[in-house]
Design a binder for this molecule. Structure first.
Ligand SMILES: CC(C)(COP(=O)(O)OP(=O)(O)OC[C@H]1O[C@@H](n2cnc3c(N)ncnc32)[C@H](O)[C@@H]1OP(=O)(O)O)[C@@H](O)C(=O)NCCC(=O)NCCS
Length: 170
């Protein structure tokens, strides 16, 4: 088996077809705040917004060899307070559970702290998203807030946790 490179790449318009597929996948929707299915028109507007110079999002695509396997980035960038939140999806099921999520999150954290010079990186994680809770804790994100009954899903209220990682050098 050839080992392929796992990389963070600039997002391009042709990636939208993959992103829309992942973002409309019920297995992924359950882990984010999206409550409607996206269409291509909406997706193109989103792309136009995130690629503007003054956008508060810095979004990337994850490539494994030639394959486009995920999307992630730093969103809600607040320049004055040097903070942003992380968004991460490994859309292709075959790629999950093999350590690539860890690599992907580490790449985004590095980008946030080294390129964007952030002081704080945050993430809101749903109570039942055990994989993400494990992943963020593994990379030393600390739980700072527990919001009770914050999310209504599948006929039940759930907690949402806010995690953060601080770089005191920035
Ligand atoms: C979250 C996500 C990016 C993780 O990617 P991944 O490639 O599966 O993660 P990894 O293989 O690197 O595993 C990272 C850690 O997650 C945990 N994990 C992975 N698979 C798990 C499983 N089946 N059950 C419990 N924990 C698991 C482990 O702690 C693992 O670290 P370890 O193997 O050293 O113990 C991916 O599952 C995903 O895209 N999920 C859907 C979208 C999503 O939830 N996004 C985050 C919203 S906050």
């Amino acid at each position: 088996m050839t080992i392929q490179k796992f990389e963070l790449k600039k997002i391009k318009k042709e990636d939208l077809q993959h992103i829309i597929k992942w973002r409309n996948d019920s297995k992924i929707i359950k882990f984010n705040t999206q409550f409607f299915l996206l269409n291509m028109e909406y997706q193109k507007k989103w792309f136009k917004n995130i690629t503007k110079k003054d956008s508060t999002s810095q979004m990337f695509i994850f490539k494994y060899g030639n394959h486009t396997v995920g999307i992630g980035g730093l969103i809600h960038h607040d320049c004055k307070n040097k903070s942003a939140d992380i968004a991460i999806i490994l859309g292709e099921p075959k790629i999950r559970g093999k350590g690539f999520g860890t690599k992907a999150l580490q790449m985004l954290v590095d980008y946030g702290f080294k390129q964007m010079k952030l002081h704080r990186i945050g993430a809101d994680i749903f109570e039942y998203n055990k994989i993400s809770l494990n992943l963020f804790e593994k990379l030393d994100f600390k739980k700072e807030l527990e919001m009770k009954d914050y999310l209504w899903r599948d006929g039940k209220w759930w907690k949402v946790y806010t995690y953060s990682k601080i770089n005191s050098k920035n």
